[in-house]
Design a protein around this ligand. Structure first.
Ligand code: GDP
Length: 204
């Protein structure tokens, strides 16, 4: 599997700014600084996403379009939009975070209900160093209420020792009710598995 093209498409201020061109969406949600931009860059193999931008800057969604050759689902070229939704959790945490996420993402998920774009899946990013945050648990519960498949992705794995990895991934599963796919955008660990997941969601 090979990324043949990766580019920034648009920064949408509202649902009308999201292109309805039939290319499936994989939405990325997570706390501010969880590593969304870094992961998008790692997946695309180029610096198309800006990292460590000031909190609060993101509008509704930043869209990146990746065209890939092969992968899960068979040979041939296919495209996917990675959709970077604003990070939650920099206000206070807990219920406040979910309110933030809901408010921001409602327009995005709501416009999919109206058929403007197809959300093939959601990647819920959580920081592998902080497995037990209420803000993430609340967000996971909120994602459960949406009619869209969502997978947990634990980021920044390289920042943990082997022992901490096992312990934190177990703790994450206990707290959030399902196993996370562990990745390190910095080292490339787990990215093949993540691509397999993205291909499965996008090509079904
Ligand atoms: P975003 O706000 O979710 O888009 O987060 P960024 O992608 O801007 O990342 C926030 C910070 O975490 C930056 O300083 C990144 O360099 C760092 N970071 C992101 N992913 C990784 C990773 O896999 N490993 C390490 N060590 N640092 C990471």
């Amino acid at each position: 599997m090979k990324v043949v093209e990766a580019r920034f498409v648009t920064s949408a201020a509202d649902a009308r700014g999201i292109p309805a061109d039939g290319v499936p969406h994989i939405a990325l949600v997570g706390r501010s600084n969880v590593g969304k931009s870094t992961l998008i860059n790692a997946l695309s193999g180029s610096r198309i996403a800006r990292t460590s931008a000031a909190p609060g800057k993101t509008r509704l969604a930043n869209l990146y379009r990746l065209t890939v050759d092969g992968g899960a689902g068979g040979p041939g070229r296919w495209s996917v939009h990675l959709v970077d939704l604003p990070g939650y959790g920099y206000a206070r945490g807990g219920a406040q975070s979910v309110a933030e996420l809901r408010e921001i993402a409602q327009a995005y998920f709501g416009s999919a209900d109206r058929g403007r774009h197809r959300i093939a899946g959601v990647l819920h990013l959580v920081d592998a160093r902080h497995p037990a945050l209420d803000a993430d648990a609340d967000a996971a519960r909120w994602l459960d209420t949406l009619d869209v498949e969502h997978a947990l992705v634990a980021t920044k794995l390289d920042k943990l020792s082997r022992g901490e990895r096992v312990k934190n991934l177990k703790e994450l599963e206990r707290k959030l009710g399902k196993a996370a796919l562990p990745v390190s955008a910095a080292r490339g660990e787990g990215l093949d598995d993540l691509w397999t997941l993205i291909a499965r969601l996008s090509r079904q």
